[in-house]
Ligand binder design. Structure first.
Ligand code: HEM
Ligand SMILES: *[C@@H]1O[C@H](CO)[C@@H](O)[C@H](O)[C@H]1NC(C)=O
Length: 421
């Protein structure tokens, strides 16, 4: 102590002379107190999981356990599952995130207590103008918007949209044929991307942008047309929403529908190319449902059972959203575990779908799933009527995944299309 006091004034004077400022002892005390308080503040929640008796990786100040994300969510979730078992806790900064893989618990969170306790996703407050989109709105507003949108996805409405979809699937086959005839490998996303874009914009916006025949990036080239869309004439039923709400839903449908459907179709094509015996059996179902490459009809398409299984399996192996999340609105006890208010509860879909002991499929509340299934089935069946997918030297096996955000391959999936005799 003495030494410090003796040395400090000397140093201080020097610094003062050199740099024009110095900290008094009081300032130092305040600074130390402030830093201590800040560390206490950021570390305060770190006791949460210990109190709950939930295991998990040790967090560090400010970052929590986020350093482990550098290899991606899926790798981190899988490692935690192996290490800690069914339930574990992590920290996104100081936000505790409870990770659950027990089917009964998942069912309680995602379904049984959806309206009462686990209505909302985490709010990152980065949503800007889209604050009233159905995927972002909370509580009563979400419920109102969701119930206005839901009738857009009944079989009756989907059947009406089917003829629009068929127009775009015909374009899809036309553009695939050009490449296939030249025996060149096809980059799947180059075809399924514009197809999904066209289907979603023509139904949600009533705008036919025909991005398939537009070789450059559909987002950039068509944004002008999309901004001109008719607010009062989309195919989707939206009576009861304000203009701003309508616009937000249309935008979110585009974001939520474009990437998901086109990536899922690309993964499907890859899985079929990798499993020719499955594809052959699917083509048998295609041929018996629509003999002589006959026109694809809605009802029969939706009743194809093997196709249903193939799509389910591909979505299991490549779940576009590798995590689902809900926030606890109040403290609640589930299966003996007390979950405090404001805790984020997370379902690591990717990990769950690959757990050999149990892979129940959690009911995902994607509002567009039935819509997506119609457009994916349509595209697949029409392609498989005429072609087989095959791997070629350009195909990357196995696929290396991109580690951020939505699940997608690091490099585009390339396959060949072989005409069926
Ligand atoms: C194969 C294609 C698709 C996949 C794999 C997919 C997957 C998902 C998943 C996993 C969620 C989150 C569910 C949850 O948190 O419980 C979701 C939500 C959502 N999806 Fe999809 N989706 C697809 C296609 C679509 C399409 C075509 C649309 C629009 C037309 C759409 C619109 C939405 C919306 C609006 C939400 C939020 C719903 C809400 O919060 O109430 N999705 N989707
Ligand atoms: C595919 O998944 C859906 C939704 O979970 C389910 O209702 C359906 O029975 C599954 N189909 C097959 C063939 O397993």
């Amino acid at each position: 102590m003495f030494e410090v006091e003796l040395v400090l004034p000397l140093k201080k004077k020097k610094k003062h002379a050199e740099m024009g400022f110095y900290f008094s002892t009081e300032t130092w005390t305040l600074l130390v107190a402030f830093i201590t308080l800040a560390v206490v503040y950021v570390c305060w929640p770190f006791a949460t999981f210990k109190k709950m008796g939930v295991p998990g990786p040790t967090p560090i100040p400010f970052l929590g356990t986020m350093l482990a994300y550098k290899k991606g969510f899926t790798v981190f979730d899988e490692n935690c599952f192996k290490k800690y078992g069914k339930t574990w806790g992590i920290f996104d900064g100081r936000q505790p995130v409870l990770c659950i893989t027990d089917p009964a618990m998942i069912k309680t969170v995602l379904i049984k207590e959806c309206y009462s306790l686990f209505t909302n996703r985490r709010n990152f407050r980065l949503n800007g103008e889209l604050y009233d989109a159905v995927s972002i709105a909370e509580d009563d507003q979400w419920r109102r918007i969701r119930s206005v949108l839901s009738p857009s996805f009944t079989s009756g409405r989907l059947k009406e949209m089917f003829s629009i979809m068929k127009h775009h699937s015909a374009n899809l086959l036309g553009s695939m044929k050009k490449k296939a005839d030249k025996d060149e490998p096809l980059e799947m996303k180059e075809f399924f991307g514009p197809y999904s874009m066209d289907v979603v914009t023509s139904t949600a916006f009533s705008v036919d942008i025909d991005s398939l025949n537009n070789p450059s990036d559909p987002f950039v080239t068509n944004i002008k047309k999309m901004l001109k869309f008719d607010l009062f004439n989309p195919v989707f039923l939206i009576i009861g929403l304000s203009d701003h709400e309508i616009l937000s839903q249309a935008m979110i449908f585009l974001f939520a529908g474009y990437e998901t459907s086109s990536s899922s179709l690309s993964f499907l094509a890859y899985n079929l190319a990798m499993n020719p015996h499955i594809m052959k059996r699917l083509q048998e179902e295609v041929d018996s449902t629509f003999p002589n490459k006959g026109p694809v009809e809605y009802q029969a398409l939706m009743e194809m059972e093997y196709l249903d299984g193939v799509i389910n399996e591909s979505l299991r192996l490549y779940p576009i959203a590798p995590r689902l999340e809900r926030v606890a609105k109040a403290t609640v006890e589930i299966n003996g575990l007390v979950i405090p208010k404001d805790m984020v509860v997370m379902v690591p879909t990717w990990t769950l779908h690959r757990d050999p002991d149990l892979w129940p499929e959690p009911e995902e509340n994607c509002i567009g799933m039935r819509f997506a299934l119609v457009m994916m089935r349509l595209a697949l069946v029409e392609i498989l009527q005429r072609y087989s997918f095959s791997v070629c030297k350009e195909t990357e096996i196995p696929l290396e995944m991109d580690i951020q955000g939505l699940l997608m391959p690091k490099r585009p999936i390339q396959l060949k299309l072989e005409a069926r005799s």
